[in-house]
Write a protein that binds this ligand. Structure first.
Ligand SMILES: *[C@@H]1O[C@H](CO)[C@@H](O)[C@H](O)[C@H]1NC(C)=O
Length: 223
């Protein structure tokens, strides 16, 4: 065990200096570990810590919820386009269709939950606008990077919900329960590990992943 861990550590260290594509065995996990500092920073933001203690002002949570709806609706539209435009390879096309269906039904659920009969026009805060701009840039890249760009949201929220100690008596318990059960690895892991198969691709994926983790951080920082 010790030997394997040492090898892995050396491998990751060497990665910044030379191209060792075959070194990263599990890119999905590698991206998360490399950028976990941002997950921890997000967890420690005043907004989330106050959710945890139950002292978060309700209006701040309302603002956050409305912007989150704005995020879901906008990303749904981009996924709709991606699922129409990406015809090859089959597994990435199926991923786009699957994520589109999932985002679409989640968006509809949110709208119903808050009595919206149709999509409301939402004035987006700058943090959301920048986040969405980044997705638009990713739409012009190879589709696998759009997949990578979606992952920070999918993985971070599950992790945050699992790492916030929110008891059932806390007003934000529902948020925890609604987010803690996700399994992003089911949708992302095999694809990332299949297509990010050179050092250059892993490096680019890491840059994209980090930028989107930062966009998540800035989103939570706003409220
Ligand atoms: C909610 O957002 C609006 C618009 O940006 C802002 O004026 C208001 O102060 C925010 N409310 C809270 C509690 O932060």
């Amino acid at each position: 065990m010790k030997t394997a861990a040492t090898f892995l550590a050396l491998c990751f260290l060497g990665y910044s200096y030379i191209s060792l594509g075959s070194c990263v065995e599990d890119v999905y996990e590698y991206l998360w570990q490399k950028n976990k500092d941002l997950a921890v920073q997000t967890l420690n933001l005043d907004f989330l810590r106050q959710m945890e203690s139950g002292s978060l002002q309700a209006e701040r949570y309302v603002n956050f919820t409305i912007q989150d709806i704005g995020y879901v609706l906008a990303v749904t539209k981009m996924l709709k386009r991606m699922s129409a435009e990406v015809s090859q390879p089959d597994d990435i096309r199926d991923f786009m269709k699957g994520r589109f269906a999932s985002y679409k039904s989640f968006g509809e659920l949110l709208l119903n939950m808050y009595f919206f009969k149709a999509e409301p026009p939402i004035q987006r805060i700058p943090a959301l606008r920048n986040y969405l701009l980044y997705y638009r840039y990713l739409m012009l890249e190879e589709p696998i990077y759009f997949v990578v760009g979606l992952l920070p949201c999918a993985r971070l929220w599950v992790w945050l919900a699992n790492n916030l100690n929110i008891p059932p008596t806390n007003a934000y318990f529902t948020w925890k329960v609604d987010n803690m059960g996700g399994h992003p690895e089911k949708h992302y892991k095999a694809l990332l590990n299949k297509y990010l198969n050179t050092a250059d691709k892993v490096a680019k994926a890491n840059a994209v992943f980090r930028d989107q983790m930062q966009n998540e951080y800035k989103f939570f920082l706003t409220f």
